[in-house]
Ligand binder design. Structure first.
Ligand code: ATP
Ligand code: MG
Length: 419
């Protein structure tokens, strides 16, 4: 065991400090653990802070006003505060693994045992803010300094226990490759030897890890890993890996963010992968949200409209630029285009940005159902059609105030009703 002095106290959110102090003052040995300690050492902002402690779930319930039971049998509780929720897990070791994924039980134990059950050494560090030190039972600090993603203990044994660790390794590689991290040789060899055991991992967990690979700074590194360590088929089924397209996955996220001022999400990457990985059937290999499915389906629908954009009417252009997955489709096409196609995509975006700034892209409707009823129209499917026609006239900039819309409605009421 080695300890390292650190001065991170000011990086901890007040509620995390508060929970730790309460636990420690009541006599329970308690630390910040896992990914957040790794991130603090790397100078990155942790997404969340997990705690490990000697306290039992019942003791946690006594100490804190609001708690949630998320896995009492594993010693895992959530402490809820106004500022946020924090997971507090009891130090534990895993009992035997039988199905290649889950331990048959847990044994409550010491911090050292708890460090040894963790997947990679960089994820197995303990931080004690009160003493200002990091406790390292597994050589995690040396590995962080050497930029090495290495299993705690024997790589083959740890993957035989839990096959998900193969994908987690790829995911951490994609997340930290920018800081120079590489997979340890023994880990690579173990994954290559055991790649078929990915079949033991559920589609839900594969989707979660692939999603983190896509949303990492270097998805291409993860995709190359999947090919090189023969995990590709287990993730993407029969899709052909085309490594020539992998680097596009690295640039599409930043492109999307800068063009549309929106964080890229899984739908963007599923749409891109459905197009760039030939033969990939997203729904067969992943468990997708409705949004991600819809985004993948949107691209083929958007393509013909993109090609004909200049021929569309003003209203049709605006409707197209407002379509739900237009940004995703635009980013996918931009990433793969060159020459005139790029010019056309730029022109389209200039329209969108200009019309948006001038509030002409999606102005509030001039009339609604209530207006139509007041004019003597009867509710029904025709009313929807009439409202759509007025909307198109508005988007075409043929009319621009409510009175004009009402005049048209009055004049044409008879013909609409008889049609
Ligand atoms: P992130 O920053 O993406 O949340 P993380 O390291 O916190 O990364 P989590 O999936 O949140 O990863 O898991 C928290 C910690 O639990 C890990 O750092 C690791 O110590 C441990 N852990 C999680 N999954 C496993 C696993 N399958 N096998 C062993 N240890 C695991
Ligand atoms: Mg985490």
């Amino acid at each position: 065991m080695r300890t390292h002095r650190v001065d991170w106290y000011h990086h901890l959110p007040p509620h995390v400090k508060g929970i730790l102090t309460t636990l420690q003052s009541a006599g329970f040995e308690s630390y910040v653990v896992g990914g957040s300690v790794r991130d603090l050492w790397l100078g990155l902002k942790p997404k969340d802070f997990d705690l490990a402690s000697s306290a039992t779930p019942e003791e946690i319930e006594k100490l804190f006003a609001r708690t949630e039971d998320v896995g009492r049998q594993f010693g895992i509780m959530i402490v809820v505060t106004e500022e946020g929720s924090v997971e507090v897990a009891r130090f534990r070791a895993d009992a035997e693994y039988k199905d290649g994924r889950h331990p048959t039980g847990v044994v409550f134990s010491s911090p050292e045992e708890d460090a040894k059950r963790r997947d990679f050494t960089i994820n197995a560090l303990f931080y004690d803010p009160t003493k200002g030190e990091v406790i390292d039972y597994v050589g995690g600090i040396e590995d962080i300094e050497a930029c090495s993603i290495r299993c705690v203990g024997d790589a083959k044994h740890r993957i035989e226990e839990d096959s998900l660790r193969m994908l987690r390794a790829v995911r951490f590689h994609a997340q930290f490759a920018q800081s120079g991290f590489a997979l340890d040789r023994n880990l690579i060899d173990a994954v290559c030897a055991l790649h078929e055991r990915l079949a033991l991992v559920s589609r839900e967990r594969i989707t979660q890890e692939l999603s983190k690979i896509f949303l990492s700074p270097r998805p291409s590194i993860g995709l190359f890993d999947l090919v090189q360590m023969e995990l590709w088929e287990g993730v993407f089924g029969k899709a052909v890996p085309n490594s020539g397209t992998f680097n596009r996955f690295d640039s599409i996220g930043p492109l999307f963010l800068s063009q549309f001022q929106r964080e890229p999400g899984l739908p963007l990457y599923v749409a891109a992968a459905a197009r760039w990985l030939s033969g990939w059937e997203p729904e067969k290999s992943l468990v997708l949200t409705k949004d991600a499915k819809a985004a993948a389906l949107a691209i083929p629908k958007v393509l013909p409209k993109l090609a004909n954009y200049q021929q569309l009417s003003l209203a049709e252009k605006k409707l197209f630029l407002n379509e739900r997955f237009y940004p995703e489709a635009w980013a996918v096409l931009f990433s793969e285009s060159s020459g005139q196609a790029v010019d056309a995509l730029h022109a389209m975006e200039l329209d969108r940005l200009r019309w948006h700034a001038e509030k002409r892209l999606d102005p509030p409707a001039l009339v609604n159902g209530t207006d139509l009823i007041a004019l003597g129209f009867s509710p029904g499917p025709d009313m929807k059609k009439i409202l759509e026609e007025i909307r198109m006239a508005q988007l075409n900039e043929e009319i621009d105030d409510k009175q004009e819309a009402i005049e048209i409605l009055k004049k044409r009421k008879k013909s609409w009703i008889s049609a």
